[in-house]
Each structure stands twice: as structure tokens, then as C-alpha cells.
Design a protein around this ligand. Structure first.
Ligand SMILES: [Zn+2]
Length: 243
């Protein structure tokens, strides 16, 4: 393949890339927005899981207290029955049982108070935060829905064209040698897809700087690649394209 043909292939590739770029730009910031929303969502999901775990721990602690209090209550009832049955003969024994009942009641109360002091504030805070998180999640899900539908709509409109362009791109890539492609990709990356510039009437159409006449002639001959000295784009003479 002649140098001119190699240059023309890169020019065609750049043309396709620019059209593809234009199609992608129709999606605007939707893909980035979706990515942000999903990140936000997973953060909230994580926080929500943490809170639920904490709530479970609190409930387990509360259950423990409840179990202890239930045991104390049974003891109180038993002692109470014993006292009422008249089976207790000595005052000493009677007083001991009565004291046990009193102590158990005190313990139940202090258990309840401690549990309430420890947990009720935190539980309320967790519940409030959960309400907040769920509200935020609802909003995020709505927004995600909206953006996904929008993206789908745009993709539906551009999908066919995009597919064709990608097919053309693949076909042309088969004809470009690896070295030329690497050169093209390097420049394309730096110049946001604008890797090739046409030279018309002694000017680079990429940056509108003028090209010395002698160089313009060499570019027309296209015996090697020439890059624009001011913008770095690969130069192709208009005559080469229209020939
Ligand atoms: Zn230039």
C-alpha cells in the first residue's frame, strides 16, 4: 500500500471516529450521571445494612434483658405464692422471702431503665436515619429510572447508525498496519479524536496556521507522514482526498 493510501485510510478512520464521537456526545452527561447515582446508591445501601446490623444487636441486648426480667418475675411470683400459702413459719424466713421479692422488683426496674437509657436514644436515631436513607434511595431510584430510560431512548435512535459506523471502523482497521494505527491513536488521544487535519491552500484546517509552500508540496506528494508543527495533527493534502 502506498503512503498516500495509508494516509487516506487514516483519514477515513478519523472521519468515522468523529461521527461516532458525535453520536456518543448525544448521550451527553447521562452515562456519567447514571454512574454517580449508582455509586451514591451503593453507599446508602451499605449504610442501611450497617444500621440494620446495629439495630439487630440492640434488639438482641434487649431480649437478653427481657429474659433476665422474665426469670426474675417468675421468682417473684413463686415467693409471693409461698408467702401467701402460710407455709412460711419463721419471721426470719418470711423477711428473707419478702426481701428477695423487693430486690427482684428493684432489679427489674433498674434493668429496664438501663436498657432504655442505653438503647432508646440510639434506636430512635437509627430509625430516623433509616427514614432519611429510604427517602434518599427512593429519589435516587426515580432518577436512575429516568436517566436509564433517556439513555435507552437515545441509544434506540443512534444504535443503528452506531452499529454501521462500528462495522465500517472494523473493516478499515483491517487494512491499517499496526504502526500507523498506534501513531494515529497516540495523536487522537491527545487531540480528542481530531487526529487528522486537511491542508487547504497552504493552511492546516485543524488549527488554521499556515504551512510553508515547500512543505505543502511535500505533503501533497505524501511520501511520509507529516505532522502540523503547531497543532500536531497528521496532515493530508486536500488534493489527496479529492483525487
Ligand atoms: Zn495544525
Amino acid at each position: 500500500m502506498s503512503m498516500k493510501e495509508r494516509l487516506l485510510q487514516l483519514y477515513k478512520l478519523n472521519h468515522i471516529d468523529k461521527e461516532l464521537h458525535e453520536l456518543y456526545s448525544l448521550r451527553g452527561d447521562i452515562p456519567a450521571k447514571i454512574e454517580d447515582l449508582e455509586a451514591e446508591k451503593s453507599e446508602l445501601d451499605e449504610r442501611s445494612a450497617e444500621l440494620q446490623e446495629e439495630l439487630k444487636e440492640i434488639e438482641a441486648a434487649e431480649n437478653n434483658v427481657q429474659t433476665e426480667n422474665d426469670t426474675l418475675l417468675i421468682k417473684i411470683e413463686k415467693n409471693d405464692e409461698l408467702l401467701r400459702s402460710g407455709a412460711v413459719k419463721s419471721n426470719k424466713e418470711y423477711d428473707a422471702l419478702a426481701k428477695e421479692i423487693e430486690d427482684a422488683k428493684t432489679k427489674i426496674k433498674s434493668n429496664e431503665k438501663a436498657s432504655k437509657d442505653d438503647n432508646s436514644g440510639r434506636k430512635a436515631a437509627i430509625e430516623n436515619e433509616m427514614i432519611l436513607i429510604n427517602g434518599q434511595l427512593d429519589e435516587i431510584n426515580d432518577e436512575l429510572d429516568l436517566n436509564s430510560k433517556e439513555l435507552e431512548e437515545v441509544s434506540k435512535q443512534t444504535g443503528e447508525e452506531e452499529g454501521e459506523l462500528n462495522q465500517q471502523r472494523e473493516d478499515i482497521l483491517k487494512q491499517i498496519n499496526a504502526e500507523d494505527l498506534a501513531y494515529y491513536n497516540r495523536i487522537s488521544k491527545v487531540l480528542y479524536g481530531e487526529a487528522i487535519a486537511v491542508v487547504r491552500k497552504g493552511s492546516c484546517l485543524g488549527c488554521y496556521s499556515s504551512i510553508p509552500p515547500q512543505k505543502a508540496i511535500e505533503i501533497r506528494m505524501a511520501e511520509k507522514f507529516y505532522a502540523c508543527e503547531s497543532c500536531g495533527r497528521i496532515l493530508i493534502a486536500e488534493e489527496t482526498i479529492t483525487a
